[in-house]
Ligand binder design. Sequence first.
Ligand code: SF4
Ligand code: MG
Length: 327
Amino acid sequence: TSAVLELRNVTKTYRVKQGLFGKAKPLTAVNDVSLSLPRGEVLGLVGESGCGKSTLAKILLGLEAPSLGQVMVDGQEITAQDRLSLARRIQPIFQDPYSSLNPRKSIYDIVSLPLRVHGIGDKAHWDKEVRRILDIVGLPARVMNTYPSQMSGGQRQRVAIARALIMKPEIVICDEPTSALDVSVQSQILNLLGDLRSEFGLTYLFISHDLAVVEHLATRVAVMYLGRIVEESDVAGLFDDARHPYTQALLKSVLTPEPGLGVPDTQLGMAYPNPIDPPSGCQFHPRCPMAGAHCKSVAPRPVPTSHGHVECHLHDPDSPMYDPKVA
Ligand code: SF4
Ligand code: MG
């Protein structure tokens, strides 16, 4: 399968001021990430809040330019000038449908907006398309004349999905699309996204802090930590045979009685590091139960596994920490 969307060695650095009189320091939100999204697949991107996954989404949507590296669509590099055409092919669905839907606009205005912005068709066409797409996402046509405040959270997320799909995109970037919803509504929306994917041959990047949600939909999973992809795997390999100690900790937190609440710090020993002052060597070492002295000074490199790749000294045959029992 060919990659419809690809990141090559993408880095995004911001300059961030700490405190009123603080000096601006660089913050590397995305650190040399290479990812490919094959057509028709769902790549789950998992990590805790602050790991850089939303920045990655903005780069893919053309809302942010990478500091280094390339974004490729169908093997062609995407530049700033291509953003408008990119927007036709790549659409977002964001986390909180309430804040991403303009409360003063009717559902009709919200859903038809992408067509109007891109100058596609006339009023008759918009009417037809809004009816068609509302039906596809399971909403009655009469909601056209209502406002977001008159809808439930699940209905609002259906509106956000309708707005994304009205452009007939090939790729949908879903950034925590169900995190603001009740658990019962979450599964309805996940089922809808799954149905839409097979019906329209969509390709998804599905961003979540919750591995349980990702397992539902993803075909591949990339685990992100402090801006790096520390493990990537097909979904079965990740759930059966996770290699990175961080992925293993995330999986344990999925198995706790209250999934969906993110990663309890009890599993990982301490809070997420401040990305402005990341740990040396392997950036996971302060929280890693397997860490050795070597991990504090030397960053691991990506090494292949049977189902993807991982960045951890325990799995690198060239590392003094290589452990064939673990790897
Ligand atoms: Fe843990 Fe060391 Fe592996 Fe990093 S390289 S994940 S600190 S064992
Ligand atoms: Mg986020």
